[in-house]
Design a protein around this ligand. Structure first.
Ligand SMILES: Nc1[nH]c(=O)nc2c1ncn2[C@H]1C[C@H](O)[C@@H](COP(=O)(O)OP(=O)(O)OP(=O)(O)O)O1
Length: 198
């Protein structure tokens, strides 16, 4: 079995398959506290909806729609609320993965529940935080739509997007450091959990 990823439930790692890992020369960063976040991706008819982030941490990157889970909310309630606040749409979301994101200088870990859906209601709109855009998910269809802009996303997203798009469930941990203005991926592990013996 591959190394257990610290900070993620040991049981959910039982029987899963490591897809990618790196930075083995570094230690995983320590953290005392975790904060809950969500991130939702809509994939419809060969295209994925991403938002261009206009402000805050991760500004100028493309990402799913999400943010902090508020007190008294479940994760899926937060994911639905954020999808409405940031893209103006409603959707029946399914849990797709769990993501632990650490960055040097922030003493807590971001525990992000990743959701996906293959339908939605409403029309995606630009909001104060995000500008929505569609991207094609392969190079056979929709050639008039741009490909997923991995060079303008968090550096590790290309490692787990194939699982998200194939509807496979996964867990990810990424530890980043800051180098000047840049966030640099230092250690990571991606595992597919779809094969979990529960
Ligand atoms: N696709 C992604 N890939 C990645 O590597 N890290 C991500 C990620 N999506 C989110 N993160 C990390 C970095 C990001 O700054 C942090 C918080 O997520 P968001 O930026 O979505 O939340 P916000 O800070 O906008 O929260 P709100 O203000 O509640 O909307 O989680």
């Amino acid at each position: 079995m591959s190394e257990l990823i610290p900070g993620l439930d040991d049981l959910s790692q039982k029987g899963c398959i490591e897809v990618s890992s790196g930075g083995s020369e570094f230690e995983w960063m320590k953290f005392e506290q975790r904060k809950l976040y969500t991130n939702a991706f809509i994939v419809v008819d060969g295209k994925i909806l991403l938002g261009y982030k206009k402000r805050g941490f991760g500004v100028h990157k493309y990402n799913g729609f999400g943010g902090k889970v508020d007190a008294g909310e479940t994760s899926i309630q937060a994911a639905s609320r954020e999808l409405m606040e940031e893209a103006g749409i409603e959707s029946s979301l399914e849990h797709a993965g769990t993501f632990l994101f650490l960055i040097a200088g922030v003493e807590w870990a971001f525990h992000i529940d990743i959701y996906r859906a293959d339908s939605y209601t409403g029309t995606p709109i630009e909001t104060e935080e995000m500008h929505p855009h569609w991207f094609r998910i392969n190079d056979e269809d929709h050639l008039d739509t741009p490909p997923i802009p991995f060079d303008k996303m968090w550096e590790s997203d290309d490692l787990w997007f194939p699982l998200l798009l194939k509807k496979r469930n996964f867990i990810v941990r990424t530890d980043y450091i800051r180098e000047g203005e840049r966030d640099v991926l230092r250690k990571w592990c991606v595992k597919e959990t779809s094969f979990n013996a529960s």
